[in-house]
Write a protein of this length. Structure first.
Length: 187
């Protein structure tokens, strides 16, 4: 029996900027979002383009996850100001589902935010307004288990009016926060 491999996380290195690597990462993010947000958008495969991925890599705003040297996930981080860090665009290769990729990426993001003197971590979760998406329901429960509590829900048309024409259904954004002062982690 083969032992499960450990997920490692890191910020980008020079080789991550090679054209093929950027394209693979862009495709992985778009594929993860196409699956997770199925039925919510009129379009597919356009969550992020390779040029935007390259900008985030160069700015060291993406945390990358690997298993046995294979890129299997990513997460975008940034500072909001006043002690608040934010993560978003969490993506994992579906072929490695259940391997702990999301957990490893979020833990790395929280550690990074603490080093930046953040006391709070923030995320936004897009959900359909009138029906339940299984992947979004899973994420809501998982985020709650690991300490991310809903703070406010806003209509997508208020937060990002430019995206409304691309929606296939009405959606809301829920902002969730977690205090970084307590280092406990629940699964």
């Amino acid at each position: 029996m083969r032992q499960a491999s450990r997920v490692t996380t890191r910020f980008p290195v020079a080789s991550d900027l090679e054209a093929g690597a950027v394209k693979r990462l862009s495709d992985m993010i778009n594929g993860a979002y196409d699956a997770a947000e199925s039925g919510m958008w009129k379009r597919t495969g356009t969550r992020i383009d390779p040029a935007a991925v390259e900008r985030l890599l160069r700015a060291a705003e993406l945390i990358l996850a690997e298993i046995d040297g294979v890129l299997v996930g990513s997460l975008h981080v940034n500072l909001m100001g006043e002690g608040v860090g934010e993560f978003g665009m969490l993506a994992a290769d579906p072929g490695y589902r259940g391997a702990g990729i999301g957990t490893a990426l979020v833990r790395h993001a929280e550690s990074w935010a603490r080093r930046q003197a953040c006391h709070t971590m923030r995320l936004e979760l897009l959900t359909p307004r009138h029906w339940k998406s299984p992947s979004k329901e899973f994420l809501k429960a998982w985020y709650s288990r690991i300490g991310y509590m809903p703070q406010e829900t806003e209509l997508l048309e208020w937060m990002y009016p430019n995206l409304v024409p691309e929606l296939a259904t009405e959606c809301d954004f829920t902002v969730r926060h977690k205090s970084l002062e307590n280092r406990s982690w629940h699964k």
